[in-house]
Design a protein around this ligand. Sequence first.
Ligand code: MN
Length: 199
Amino acid sequence: MGLHEYKKKRDFKKTSEPAGAGKTKGRELIFVVQKHDATNLHYDFRLELEGVLKSWAVPKGPTLNPQEKRLAMMVEDHPFDYKDFEGVIPEGQYGAGKVIVWDNGTYHAKNILDRRENEKVLKQGLEKGDLKFILNGKKLKGEFALVKMKTAQKNSWLLIKKKDEFSTAEDILEDSASVLTGNTLEEVDGGGEKKKSPL
Ligand code: MN
């Protein structure tokens, strides 16, 4: 997909979101979940792959409960540097509203440690519409799957927690603070009321 769509949607003179691609250089692939108070509050679930962050907007947020499948709408790739973005997207800009880094960590395919091998297997899963992975986050842990739905709306996926030692019926979203700053969305300095926009 690349970053063309991401750049097209944003005016980097106005938004403080990262403009550049950033460099992926860790030994392990990373993931990030951003809580985003746009027109509708949602969680942006992002997986590092092929030098960018593959991204899904999850209206109800991730869950550790295997019984609850969460709708995840695939959106445009985001630059690697977006992983640390926390702040306010200004009024009139795409995605206007507050953002915090709700969770982050590393991820990998099951039983695979090598980064290159991981990228190969994960890319195949993405292309197949059946992506299985292990998250090592601060809040999200264990085995998950992103499964593409066979519906007319081609961007619809489901984010599903697999049953393991980390699965629980408890609501992980109650832990609402940023893993970077400890701020909740309410505590992000927005400089007054903002108009919100959809994604
Ligand atoms: Mn968003």
